[in-house]
Design a protein around this ligand. Structure first.
Ligand SMILES: NC(=O)c1ccc[n+]([C@@H]2O[C@H](COP(=O)([O-])OP(=O)(O)OC[C@H]3O[C@@H](n4cnc5c(N)ncnc54)[C@H](O)[C@@H]3O)[C@@H](O)[C@H]2O)c1
Ligand SMILES: O=C(O)[C@H](O)COP(=O)(O)O
Length: 529
């Protein structure tokens, strides 16, 4: 089957070359109107984009064959990840391909801001001179406050240290050890705002970082602070920048990113302020960064389309585990057990517990996703996969609980699904016996051993002579051969569970003939074929 990928937003042409080497067809459409994109997106298994294309629910509704959205870069705020997840579309990015370029751009902006470089260039080019007007400030011995000491924040710190700056950082998710290693003092945000001569932000735009700098925090800022934003528009409240400058609190701002790109008319007015310098989202726009992210995303997408590797996936931890040989058999076991459960659970059941033992405890999250995929595959019309299974389950009101058990008396590595008290079969356990050999080992406390394959007839019966004969002769009369069977019972003469692998699918009439047999109850037919 030929795979098609659509490259949007001036993704570097090397991206198409990598896809070609992997025998994947890539169409490059750097400038495409949204209406046309909606018309053609259905053809593609993957798209690659930068910050210029917005992928929302509406666009996704046209993307029938889409399996992967690849961001050639870091920020995925232009992609509706929950909508992609519910559609089972993998979202991936290239987290470090443009780190150096963006850090260098940030350092350039810090110096340009300190020395009024863009404004003075403009003046000279328009035939002026004005040396006095463009008096600058040294960065040496000044304090640089860094909010977000991740990949870019760290590279900025290392570079600006060489300029002789004192470094402070605020990042609640980094460690003292990391800060110490790179010579940065980790402080609280208010402390940082009050001590910084320059402030640079390197976080995503979140509820916490949105409007981090605005008139509301004017009192906390060191007077004369200079602000740099090469992360995401909106971390500094754009409409407050000019008032902060006019009040003499902020000496200048350098912006590479904006809440709306390109900026709105009002925002363009703000950017005209002589103390504000700006670039059009150029942080990652270097030949090197673009080549790196283009090669990285093309390789990641190719690997994922070939189910080899899911590096860089953002919306499914489960999927990234799929190439792990240790977990693979248990994922298959979990999905098969989920399929069985989906076929024996009562209508409207919604309370499920999953119990993991041994090695399965290490992978409980992906195993739960696999169980849910198996359970839901027969009920939801949309195609369920490991990415969206949990989403569908929660959307349908499933209440899920996971328990890890230290050991089981019979099996080292076991998965048990509890289907609730209203279910005829309340609990079912299965284990891996060997490559491709997955078996149910217990149903409702009855020890049983049945391979999870083909067509299974399961029922409860009184433990008395002739029961099995009655079932097998009824099946034989209808030309249905028994391939394997397993019996479990409480004790002599009490209740028993029988599971039979039959050689073909049973129709309703054939099933009826088993329901009608005396002493047989709770008949279930399970198809794993
Ligand atoms: N201008 C550009 O062209 C360009 C290029 C690349 C990346 N970016 C943007 O730069 C930002 C940083 O990228 P990165 O690769 O360094 O990401 P990263 O994930 O490596 O670092 C982000 C850091 O922010 C910290 N953080 C998160 N929330 C925080 C909060 N509320 N307060 C303080 N710290 C917080 C995290 O702990 C993390 O250390 C992203 O928004 C990315 O989209 C912009
Ligand atoms: O998040 C990113 O990677 C940067 O903002 C770069 O965006 P771009 O690929 O549109 O230049």
């Amino acid at each position: 089957m030929s795979l098609n990928v659509l490259l949007l937003d001036n993704v570097d042409p090397v991206c198409a070359e990598v896809f070609k080497e992997r025998n994947i067809h890539a169409d490059q459409r750097p400038k495409i109107e949204l209406d046309e994109l909606k018309k053609i997106i259905g053809k593609y298994e993957a798209i690659v984009l930068r910050s210029g294309t917005t992928v929302d629910e509406e666009l996704l509704s046209h993307a029938e064959n889409l399996r992967i959205i690849g961001r050639a870069g870091v920020g995925v705020d232009n992609i509706d990840i929950p909508a992609a997840t519910s559609k089972g579309v993998l979202v991936m990015n290239t987290p470090d391909g443009n780190t150096i370029s963006t850090a260098e751009h940030t350092c350039g902006m810090i110096i340009a801001l300190a020395r009024n470089i863009p404004q003075s260039v403009d003046r000279v080019k328009s035939g002026g001179w004005d040396r006095k007007k463009f008096m600058g400030t040294e960065v040496h011995s000044k304090t640089l406050g860094i909010v977000g000491l991740g990949k870019i924040g760290t590279e900025v710190a290392l570079r600006m240290k060489q300029f002789g700056m004192d470094l402070l950082a605020y990042d609640p998710f980094t460690t003292q050890d990391h800060a110490k290693e790179i010579g940065v003092e980790l402080v609280e945000l208010d402390d940082l705002l009050g001590r910084s001569d320059f402030l640079t932000v390197h976080t995503p735009l979140t509820e916490k970082t949105k409007n981090m700098i605005s008139l509301d925090v004017a009192d906390k800022l060191k007077p004369g602070i200079r602000l740099v934003n090469c992360a995401r528009g909106g971390i500094y409240k754009e409409e407050d920048l000019v008032p902060l400058i006019e009040k003499g609190i902020v000496a200048g701002a350098a912006l590479d990113v904006y809440t709306t790109e390109p900026p709105t008319k009002e925002l363009y007015e703000t950017l005209k302020n002589p103390s504000i310098i700006c670039t059009p989202h150029l942080g990652a726009s270097t030949e090197e960064a673009q080549e790196k992210v283009a090669v990285q995303i093309a390789s990641q997408i190719s690997d994922a389309l070939e189910n080899k590797n899911y590096k860089g996936s953002l919306n499914s931890k489960s999927i990234s585990l799929l190439t792990n040989d240790e977990v693979q058999p248990y994922v298959e076991l979990a999905e098969k057990l989920g399929k069985v459960s989906g076929q024996i659970m009562p209508d409207n059941a919604n309370n499920f517990s999953f119990e993991y033992t041994g090695i399965c405890t290490k992978y409980s999250e992906v195993l739960t996703d696999a169980i849910l995929k198996g359970m839901l595959s027969q009920y939801v019309s949309e195609s369920v996969n490991l990415i969206n299974a949990r989403h569908y389950a929660l959307e349908r009101g499933f209440k899920l609980s996971e328990t890890n058990k230290s050991d089981d008396k019979n099996y080292n590595d076991l998965i048990t699904i509890k289907l609730g008290d209203s279910s005829e079969y309340k609990q079912i356990s299965a284990a891996v016996f060997g490559p491709g050999d997955y078996r149910i080992v217990e149903i409702d406390g009855f020890g049983i051993e049945l391979r999870l394959e083909g067509d299974i007839l399961m029922y409860q019966n009184l433990d008395k002579p002739g029961m099995l004969a009655a079932v097998s002769s009824t099946l034989a009369k209808q030309d249905i051969n028994i391939g394997a069977l397993s019996l479990g019972r409480e004790g002599k003469g009490s209740n028993a569970i029988t599971a039979v692998i039959v050689d073909r699918q049973l129709n309703n009439e054939e099933l009826d003939s088993i329901y009608k047999l005396d002493g047989v109850s709770n008949v279930k037919y399970i198809s794993l074929s």
